[in-house]
Design a protein around this ligand. Structure first.
Ligand SMILES: Nc1ncnc2c1ncn2[C@@H]1O[C@H](COP(=O)(O)OP(=O)(O)OP(=O)(O)O)[C@@H](O)[C@H]1O
Length: 263
Protein backbone atom coordinates (compact mmCIF):
# COMPACT_ATOMS: atom_id res chain seq x y z
CA UNK A 1 0.00 0.00 0.00
CA UNK A 2 1.42 3.37 -1.00
CA UNK A 3 2.12 5.91 1.71
CA UNK A 4 0.05 9.09 1.46
CA UNK A 5 2.09 12.26 1.66
CA UNK A 6 -0.45 14.95 0.80
CA UNK A 7 -4.23 14.57 0.92
CA UNK A 8 -7.10 16.91 0.39
CA UNK A 9 -10.58 15.41 0.81
CA UNK A 10 -13.61 17.34 -0.49
CA UNK A 11 -11.78 20.59 0.18
CA UNK A 12 -13.85 23.73 -0.21
CA UNK A 13 -11.95 27.02 -0.44
CA UNK A 14 -13.09 30.47 -1.39
CA UNK A 15 -12.01 34.07 -1.30
CA UNK A 16 -14.36 36.68 0.18
CA UNK A 17 -17.25 34.25 0.05
CA UNK A 18 -16.62 33.32 -3.59
CA UNK A 19 -15.93 29.58 -3.89
CA UNK A 20 -12.86 28.72 -5.94
CA UNK A 21 -12.53 25.06 -5.02
CA UNK A 22 -16.05 23.64 -4.67
CA UNK A 23 -14.96 20.36 -3.09
CA UNK A 24 -11.73 19.04 -4.50
CA UNK A 25 -10.02 15.80 -3.56
CA UNK A 26 -6.44 14.85 -4.28
CA UNK A 27 -4.14 12.27 -2.79
CA UNK A 28 -0.42 12.18 -3.56
CA UNK A 29 1.61 9.17 -2.52
CA UNK A 30 5.28 8.95 -1.65
CA UNK A 31 7.52 8.86 -4.70
CA UNK A 32 5.03 10.44 -7.10
CA UNK A 33 5.90 13.45 -9.24
CA UNK A 34 2.57 15.12 -9.87
CA UNK A 35 2.06 17.97 -12.31
CA UNK A 36 -1.00 20.10 -11.73
CA UNK A 37 -2.10 21.78 -14.93
CA UNK A 38 -4.99 24.04 -15.78
CA UNK A 39 -5.98 27.41 -17.16
CA UNK A 40 -5.21 30.68 -15.41
CA UNK A 41 -7.52 31.00 -12.45
CA UNK A 42 -8.55 27.33 -12.39
CA UNK A 43 -7.46 27.09 -8.76
CA UNK A 44 -4.05 25.38 -8.95
CA UNK A 45 -2.28 27.69 -6.49
CA UNK A 46 -5.31 27.73 -4.23
CA UNK A 47 -5.33 23.94 -4.15
CA UNK A 48 -1.72 23.56 -3.10
CA UNK A 49 -1.95 26.38 -0.55
CA UNK A 50 -5.01 24.75 1.00
CA UNK A 51 -3.28 21.37 1.03
CA UNK A 52 -0.33 22.90 2.89
CA UNK A 53 -2.51 24.75 5.37
CA UNK A 54 -1.69 28.19 3.97
CA UNK A 55 -5.38 28.82 3.23
CA UNK A 56 -8.27 27.73 5.43
CA UNK A 57 -10.72 25.09 4.28
CA UNK A 58 -14.39 26.02 4.54
CA UNK A 59 -15.23 22.33 4.42
CA UNK A 60 -13.39 19.09 3.88
CA UNK A 61 -10.09 17.99 5.37
CA UNK A 62 -6.38 17.90 4.62
CA UNK A 63 -3.55 15.70 5.82
CA UNK A 64 0.21 15.85 5.42
CA UNK A 65 2.24 12.69 5.90
CA UNK A 66 -0.89 10.95 7.12
CA UNK A 67 -1.40 13.50 9.89
CA UNK A 68 -4.33 15.94 10.04
CA UNK A 69 -3.07 19.37 9.11
CA UNK A 70 -3.97 20.82 12.49
CA UNK A 71 -1.65 18.37 14.20
CA UNK A 72 1.16 18.41 11.68
CA UNK A 73 4.36 19.80 13.24
CA UNK A 74 7.16 18.39 11.08
CA UNK A 75 7.41 21.30 8.67
CA UNK A 76 10.99 20.34 7.78
CA UNK A 77 9.54 17.39 5.89
CA UNK A 78 8.25 19.70 3.18
CA UNK A 79 9.75 22.37 0.99
CA UNK A 80 7.50 24.93 -0.69
CA UNK A 81 8.43 27.44 -3.34
CA UNK A 82 5.53 29.81 -3.98
CA UNK A 83 4.64 31.30 -7.34
CA UNK A 84 6.71 34.27 -8.49
CA UNK A 85 8.60 34.19 -5.24
CA UNK A 86 11.35 36.56 -6.36
CA UNK A 87 14.53 35.88 -4.45
CA UNK A 88 16.74 38.81 -4.78
CA UNK A 89 15.33 42.24 -5.36
CA UNK A 90 17.07 44.61 -3.01
CA UNK A 91 18.26 41.82 -0.72
CA UNK A 92 22.04 41.77 -0.36
CA UNK A 93 22.13 38.14 0.86
CA UNK A 94 24.45 35.81 -0.96
CA UNK A 95 23.28 32.53 -2.44
CA UNK A 96 24.78 30.67 0.52
CA UNK A 97 23.02 32.92 3.02
CA UNK A 98 19.68 32.52 1.29
CA UNK A 99 20.02 28.75 1.06
CA UNK A 100 21.20 28.55 4.70
CA UNK A 101 17.94 30.17 5.77
CA UNK A 102 16.16 27.16 4.32
CA UNK A 103 18.01 25.00 6.78
CA UNK A 104 16.37 26.57 9.82
CA UNK A 105 13.43 24.14 10.15
CA UNK A 106 15.94 21.31 10.58
CA UNK A 107 17.94 22.98 13.30
CA UNK A 108 17.43 22.04 16.88
CA UNK A 109 18.89 23.51 19.99
CA UNK A 110 21.62 23.47 21.01
CA UNK A 111 22.87 25.38 18.05
CA UNK A 112 24.82 25.00 15.88
CA UNK A 113 25.22 21.67 14.15
CA UNK A 114 27.61 23.25 11.71
CA UNK A 115 28.95 20.29 9.82
CA UNK A 116 25.58 18.74 8.98
CA UNK A 117 24.07 22.12 8.17
CA UNK A 118 26.98 23.24 6.02
CA UNK A 119 27.03 19.97 4.15
CA UNK A 120 23.30 20.18 3.42
CA UNK A 121 23.57 23.77 2.21
CA UNK A 122 26.62 23.03 0.05
CA UNK A 123 24.88 20.01 -1.41
CA UNK A 124 21.66 21.88 -2.18
CA UNK A 125 23.59 24.62 -3.98
CA UNK A 126 25.57 22.06 -5.97
CA UNK A 127 22.46 20.14 -6.98
CA UNK A 128 20.95 23.23 -8.62
CA UNK A 129 24.28 24.05 -10.30
CA UNK A 130 25.05 27.28 -8.46
CA UNK A 131 28.30 26.36 -6.74
CA UNK A 132 30.26 28.95 -8.69
CA UNK A 133 27.73 31.61 -7.73
CA UNK A 134 27.51 30.73 -4.06
CA UNK A 135 29.25 33.87 -2.80
CA UNK A 136 27.38 36.26 -5.07
CA UNK A 137 24.45 38.41 -3.95
CA UNK A 138 21.22 36.81 -5.08
CA UNK A 139 20.09 40.10 -6.58
CA UNK A 140 22.88 39.95 -9.17
CA UNK A 141 21.74 36.59 -10.57
CA UNK A 142 19.47 36.03 -13.54
CA UNK A 143 15.81 35.25 -12.91
CA UNK A 144 16.40 31.58 -13.63
CA UNK A 145 19.38 31.43 -11.29
CA UNK A 146 17.36 33.15 -8.56
CA UNK A 147 14.66 30.56 -9.00
CA UNK A 148 17.28 27.82 -8.68
CA UNK A 149 18.52 29.47 -5.48
CA UNK A 150 14.97 29.30 -4.11
CA UNK A 151 14.77 25.63 -5.00
CA UNK A 152 18.09 25.10 -3.22
CA UNK A 153 16.69 26.89 -0.17
CA UNK A 154 13.76 24.47 -0.18
CA UNK A 155 16.10 21.50 -0.64
CA UNK A 156 18.42 22.58 2.18
CA UNK A 157 16.16 21.25 4.89
CA UNK A 158 16.23 17.86 3.17
CA UNK A 159 12.47 17.64 2.66
CA UNK A 160 10.58 14.54 1.65
CA UNK A 161 7.96 16.52 -0.26
CA UNK A 162 8.65 19.45 -2.57
CA UNK A 163 5.73 21.65 -3.60
CA UNK A 164 6.58 24.06 -6.39
CA UNK A 165 4.22 26.63 -7.86
CA UNK A 166 5.23 27.33 -11.45
CA UNK A 167 8.93 26.79 -10.78
CA UNK A 168 9.99 27.34 -14.37
CA UNK A 169 7.74 30.25 -15.33
CA UNK A 170 9.91 32.91 -16.94
CA UNK A 171 13.04 30.84 -16.38
CA UNK A 172 15.72 30.65 -19.08
CA UNK A 173 16.27 27.36 -20.90
CA UNK A 174 19.62 26.60 -19.20
CA UNK A 175 18.09 27.07 -15.77
CA UNK A 176 15.14 24.89 -16.70
CA UNK A 177 17.50 22.07 -17.62
CA UNK A 178 19.52 22.57 -14.42
CA UNK A 179 16.31 22.63 -12.44
CA UNK A 180 15.11 19.39 -14.05
CA UNK A 181 18.44 17.80 -13.10
CA UNK A 182 18.03 18.93 -9.49
CA UNK A 183 14.54 17.52 -9.40
CA UNK A 184 15.72 14.22 -10.89
CA UNK A 185 18.31 14.01 -8.13
CA UNK A 186 15.63 14.66 -5.50
CA UNK A 187 13.24 12.10 -6.97
CA UNK A 188 15.91 9.44 -7.36
CA UNK A 189 16.63 9.84 -3.64
CA UNK A 190 12.99 8.99 -2.90
CA UNK A 191 11.46 12.47 -2.82
CA UNK A 192 7.87 13.32 -3.73
CA UNK A 193 7.04 16.34 -5.89
CA UNK A 194 3.89 18.30 -6.56
CA UNK A 195 4.33 21.06 -9.08
CA UNK A 196 2.05 23.54 -10.73
CA UNK A 197 3.00 24.28 -14.30
CA UNK A 198 1.76 25.71 -17.54
CA UNK A 199 4.44 24.06 -19.63
CA UNK A 200 6.44 21.07 -18.51
CA UNK A 201 9.40 21.51 -20.88
CA UNK A 202 12.44 19.57 -19.62
CA UNK A 203 10.44 18.45 -16.58
CA UNK A 204 8.14 16.25 -18.67
CA UNK A 205 10.21 13.04 -18.41
CA UNK A 206 10.09 13.28 -14.61
CA UNK A 207 6.33 13.51 -14.29
CA UNK A 208 4.60 10.32 -13.14
CA UNK A 209 1.07 11.75 -13.00
CA UNK A 210 -0.84 14.70 -14.38
CA UNK A 211 -3.84 16.29 -12.70
CA UNK A 212 -5.81 18.86 -14.68
CA UNK A 213 -7.99 21.42 -12.91
CA UNK A 214 -10.86 23.29 -14.49
CA UNK A 215 -12.88 25.76 -12.45
CA UNK A 216 -11.64 24.25 -9.22
CA UNK A 217 -12.44 20.67 -10.15
CA UNK A 218 -10.18 17.80 -11.14
CA UNK A 219 -11.19 17.02 -14.72
CA UNK A 220 -8.33 14.70 -15.55
CA UNK A 221 -6.02 12.54 -13.45
CA UNK A 222 -3.75 10.35 -15.55
CA UNK A 223 -0.42 8.60 -15.35
CA UNK A 224 2.59 10.23 -16.97
CA UNK A 225 3.09 13.68 -18.37
CA UNK A 226 0.53 15.47 -20.46
CA UNK A 227 0.49 18.83 -22.10
CA UNK A 228 -2.35 21.07 -23.10
CA UNK A 229 -2.62 21.74 -26.78
CA UNK A 230 -5.09 24.58 -26.68
CA UNK A 231 -5.35 27.92 -24.97
CA UNK A 232 -6.98 26.57 -21.83
CA UNK A 233 -3.64 26.33 -20.10
CA UNK A 234 -2.01 29.38 -21.64
CA UNK A 235 -0.20 31.43 -19.07
CA UNK A 236 -0.47 35.14 -18.65
CA UNK A 237 3.01 36.11 -17.59
CA UNK A 238 2.74 39.63 -18.86
CA UNK A 239 0.22 41.02 -16.44
CA UNK A 240 0.05 38.42 -13.75
CA UNK A 241 -3.71 38.87 -13.89
CA UNK A 242 -6.05 35.97 -14.09
CA UNK A 243 -7.99 35.47 -17.27
CA UNK A 244 -11.55 34.32 -17.01
CA UNK A 245 -11.61 30.58 -17.54
CA UNK A 246 -12.98 29.59 -20.92
CA UNK A 247 -16.68 28.90 -21.15
CA UNK A 248 -17.26 25.18 -21.05
CA UNK A 249 -17.94 23.75 -24.45
CA UNK A 250 -21.32 22.10 -25.01
CA UNK A 251 -19.73 18.75 -24.39
CA UNK A 252 -17.80 19.96 -21.36
CA UNK A 253 -14.10 19.51 -20.85
CA UNK A 254 -12.43 17.60 -23.63
CA UNK A 255 -9.69 15.32 -22.37
CA UNK A 256 -8.60 14.87 -25.95
CA UNK A 257 -7.10 18.33 -25.69
CA UNK A 258 -4.52 16.86 -23.38
CA UNK A 259 -1.93 14.75 -25.14
CA UNK A 260 0.05 12.07 -23.44
CA UNK A 261 3.76 12.62 -23.71
CA UNK A 262 6.24 9.78 -23.95
CA UNK A 263 7.61 8.91 -20.52
N1 LIG B 1 -5.93 36.34 -2.61
C1 LIG B 1 -6.99 36.24 -3.43
N2 LIG B 1 -8.09 36.99 -3.23
C2 LIG B 1 -9.17 36.88 -4.04
N3 LIG B 1 -9.24 36.04 -5.08
C3 LIG B 1 -8.16 35.28 -5.34
C4 LIG B 1 -6.98 35.33 -4.53
N4 LIG B 1 -6.08 34.46 -5.01
C5 LIG B 1 -6.67 33.87 -6.08
N5 LIG B 1 -7.91 34.37 -6.27
C6 LIG B 1 -8.85 33.98 -7.33
O1 LIG B 1 -9.10 32.59 -7.19
C7 LIG B 1 -9.15 31.97 -8.46
C8 LIG B 1 -8.12 30.84 -8.52
O2 LIG B 1 -6.83 31.43 -8.43
P1 LIG B 1 -5.51 30.56 -8.39
O3 LIG B 1 -4.37 31.53 -8.25
O4 LIG B 1 -5.65 29.48 -7.43
O5 LIG B 1 -5.52 29.94 -9.86
P2 LIG B 1 -4.32 29.32 -10.69
O6 LIG B 1 -4.89 28.18 -11.44
O7 LIG B 1 -3.16 29.05 -9.81
O8 LIG B 1 -4.01 30.50 -11.69
P3 LIG B 1 -2.62 30.94 -12.37
O9 LIG B 1 -2.26 29.87 -13.33
O10 LIG B 1 -2.94 32.22 -13.06
O11 LIG B 1 -1.63 31.11 -11.27
C9 LIG B 1 -8.94 33.06 -9.49
O12 LIG B 1 -10.20 33.49 -9.95
C10 LIG B 1 -8.25 34.14 -8.72
O13 LIG B 1 -8.52 35.40 -9.24
Amino acid sequence: MSTPVLELAHGVVGYHGRPVLPGVSLRVNAGEVVAILGANGSGKSTLIKAALGLLPLTAGSARLFDTPLGRFRQRYRLGYVPQRAGAGSGVPATVTELVSAGRLPRRRLPWPRWSADRAAVTHAIAVVGLTEKRREPVGTLSGGQQQRALIARALACEPELLVLDEPTAGVDAASQVAFAGALRHFVDAGGTVVLVAHELGPLAPLITRTVVLHEGRVVQDTAGAAVATDSTTASDPGTGHHDEPPAPSPVGWQPSLIQELPR
